[in-house]
Design a protein around this ligand. Structure first.
Ligand code: GUN
Length: 314
């Protein structure tokens, strides 16, 4: 007998981000009415074309929502000591609620030292060891924006997490590890897989919720996906070869036009053929990306509230 499966539903990151930003904007209005102006300072070192796009987007979105934002761009030759002095100044400034040091930093700069120098109260990225510890121990923390956005997406869509097997592929400090911790706090049974995992396929196939954040184009193939799974694709990879394009996107006229025009196309860690098997999935682009910026805005307002002892949502 033919068994029909429900069509996979797209988790529209742009639509969810718009809803989050609208709520944040209302909260900012409330704070401003009390004489509190949330402020975000973004620091981008040197020239990094990929970062520039992200950073300008962060600053632009802040302005749209009523956050006083500022972009500082020290030269690529800046020393660790000079950066530490800059961070000290930002830590001391009353008008700065959030400090974001855009990564990657040049190799000669001690990134760990800088991230530890940011006041935990202003660490809107949630990268400081104090916030990592607070997240782990279930205390109010500033949390990395991408994993926070993914939890927000699951919640807002009504996708159950408790009791589900969540498999996180990737163990980065920015996404994989905090993602696993947040899913655990939502009572998922969590497995973290990585580049050395044996039988990645077996783990992935048993996932109810699969989060791919390893940075390898299309590494999650349809054979690795359980029908009905929720697929979250954090990957953002640029593919440039015709062979790869044909493997992942043959017959996709819209992407082909983009590929011909630009010589490359963006894709995630999940082979798009797998999406048809899912109950829900995040596309690339237009899935997780917009959520990260929306959650940065929410994190800045959260930092502004926490620093003043005002209440925050969990
Ligand atoms: N570079 C890429 N993603 C991020 C992020 O979430 N925060 C910072 N600070 N840098 C990044």
């Amino acid at each position: 007998m033919n068994k029909t499966t429900a069509a996979a539903q797209v988790l529209d990151g742009n639509a969810i981000a718009t809803a989050i930003k609208a709520e944040v904007a209302i909260d900012i209005e409330r704070l401003r009415a009390q004489g509190i102006q949330p402020g975000l300072t973004v620091v981008m070192v040197g020239n990094h074309p990929a970062s520039e796009v992200y950073v300008r987007n962060k600053v632009k979105t802040s302005a749209e929502l009523g956050i006083a934002s500022e972009l500082l761009t020290p030269p690529g030759s800046v020393t660790t000591e000079e950066m530490l002095q800059l961070i000290e100044k930002l830590n001391a400034r009353e008008d700065v609620d959030g400090i974001l040091i855009q990564l990657p930093l040049p190799a000669h700069v001690d990134a760990k030292r800088l991230l530890e120098a940011v006041s935990p109260e202003k660490d809107v990225d949630g990268f400081h060891p104090v916030n990592v510890g607070r997240l782990q121990s279930g205390q109010p923390a500033l949390v990395p924006c991408t994993p926070a956005g993914i939890i927000e997406t699951l919640r807002r869509t009504g996708i159950p997490i408790a009791g589900k097997h969540a498999v996180v592929v990737g163990r980065s400090d920015i996404v994989g590890k905090p993602m696993a911790m947040l899913l655990l706090h939502e009572n998922a049974t969590v497995t973290i897989c990585h580049s050395k995992t044996k039988d990645l396929e077996g783990f992935c196939r048993s996932a109810d919720i699969l989060v791919a954040a390893i940075g390898k184009a299309g590494i999650i193939t349809p054979e690795m996906v359980r029908p009905g799974a929720v697929l979250i694709d954090v990957g953002m990879n640029r593919i440039q070869s015709q062979a790869e394009f044909d493997r992942f996107f043959a017959g996709d006229a819209k992407r082909e036009a983009g590929f011909k025009k630009n010589g490359s196309v963006l894709m995630g860690d999940i082979d798009p053929h797998a999406f048809a098997l899912a109950s829900y999935y995040t596309p690339v682009p237009g899935g997780v990306g917009p959520l990260t910026i929306a959650m940065l805005m929410a994190s800045t307002v959260r930092a502004a509230r926490l620093r003043r002892g005002l209440p925050v949502s969990t």
